[in-house]
Structures are given as C-alpha cells and as structure tokens.
Design a protein around this ligand. Sequence first.
Ligand code: HEC
Length: 217
Amino acid sequence: MRYIVSILLIGAAIGAAAFGMLGLQGKLSRKPPLELFPDMDRQAKLRPQEPNHFFASGVSSQLPPAGTIARSEAIQTAGGPVYGFEDSPVNSGRVAGTTNFVEINPLAVTAELLQRGRDRFDIYCAPCHGRLGDGNGITKKIGVMAAVANLHDKRIVELTDGEIFNTVSNGKGVMGAAGPLLPVEDRWAVIAYLRGLQLSWLGTTNDLTAAQAAGLK
Ligand code: HEC
C-alpha cells in the first residue's frame, strides 16, 4: 500500500514538473512570466532624455558639472580627428591593422608642437637622457642610473618614429613607461623635438649657405 502511494506521488510530481515546463507552451498570456531569479531585469532607473522631477532641471539627463575634463578628446590630424579608442598610428605608433611601426610622426610638426615637445622633454626625459639627449642626465650623475641610452647613437637615430613612440609609451629595459605621464599628443611632440635635437648633432658645414660658411673661422 505504501509503495502504491509513493509511486502515485512520484508520478504526480513528475507530471506536475512536465506540465510546469511544457504545459502552457505556445499559449499567449498578458501576465508577466514567473521570475524565480529576477536579477536586475527590473530596476528603478532613469531613462535618458525623459522628464524627471527628481532633478531641479526637470529632466533625467544631466549636464556634466562645470569644469569636467573630457576623458577622450579627438586629436586633430591632417587625416581628420582621431579618438583615443581608434586603431590609428596616432595611438599605437603602428600602421593600422598591422604590427609595423610608422616611419614618421603622424602629427603635423609645427613650431608649437616642437615647443611643447621641448617643454615635455626637459621635464620627462632630461632627468635621465640629459637636456641634450646624450644620456648624461642628473640620474647618471648621482648614480641612480648606470647606463642611459645616448639618443644620438646611430642606432637610435635610425629607429622609426613609431618605435620610439612605443618605447616612450611602454618603456624599455630599465626605462619606465612614460605613457601614463604623457598624453598621446605630448609623446609625439617629444619625438618631434627629439628629432630636432638629433638633427642639430648631425649638422655639418655642408648644411651652411656659402655666406654662412665664409663667416666661419
Ligand atoms: C628613468 C630614466 C629614464 C627616463 C625618464 C627616460 N628614459 Fe629613455 N632610456 C633610459 C634607459 C636606461 C634606456 C636604455 C634602455 C635599455 O636599452 O635597456 C633608455 C632608452 C631610450 C631610447 C632607446 C630605446 C631603444 O630602442 O634602444 C629612447 C628612444 C628613449 N629612451 C627615449 C626617451 C624619451 C623620449 C624619454 C622622455 C619621454 C625618456 N626616454 C625618458 C632611461 C630613461
């Protein structure tokens, strides 16, 4: 007798479960479905651009507080504005979609950019590389850095701008990354200035005009 009751009960349970899962399939209902774990399906929230009386302005979307600094502002280049999230040589120093470094600074090298580059170089690079870029900065003098690269070495002069951008952004060997210190535009400014520094060391009397050469003793 007890077995029969158990079997009936188990049968009823299986039947109820089957009906629960399959029973009303295909039927339309206006009632919300049973939600055992509603998680965050339903929540109190403000929809953007809707009237809302919680705020004094009466709308749900609020303007950023005065003085807010945009996290991502486009950098203006000859090829149009470039945002920080884009796969662009400006952000990576590499030809888009490849791992090849770009040869040349993707920003237009203006007097303003060079000035900015000099300013940043003297702050962020000179302590190790020296203001001349020859590797004789204060950190070498006081003995914190043993060997700092001389940026006028032929090998470094011959690096592509993209590779230097990568070194500045991510660091190399004992040189730390300047990426967190220098926004992308400043990094390119520093590179433009560094090229100027290198050029100043590569000058020969052949670069002078005849009049200038004549004035040389
Ligand atoms: C804390 C000291 C320090 C600072 C600051 C620093 N560097 Fe360096 N840098 C080094 C050292 C050391 C090396 C040699 C790294 C190695 O090859 O292990 C180096 C190497 C380099 C190289 C050669 C990379 C190569 O491929 O061999 C470049 C280019 C360079 N630095 C540029 C810069 C620029 C531009 C800045 C400023 C944004 C800067 N560094 C700031 C210490 C520094």
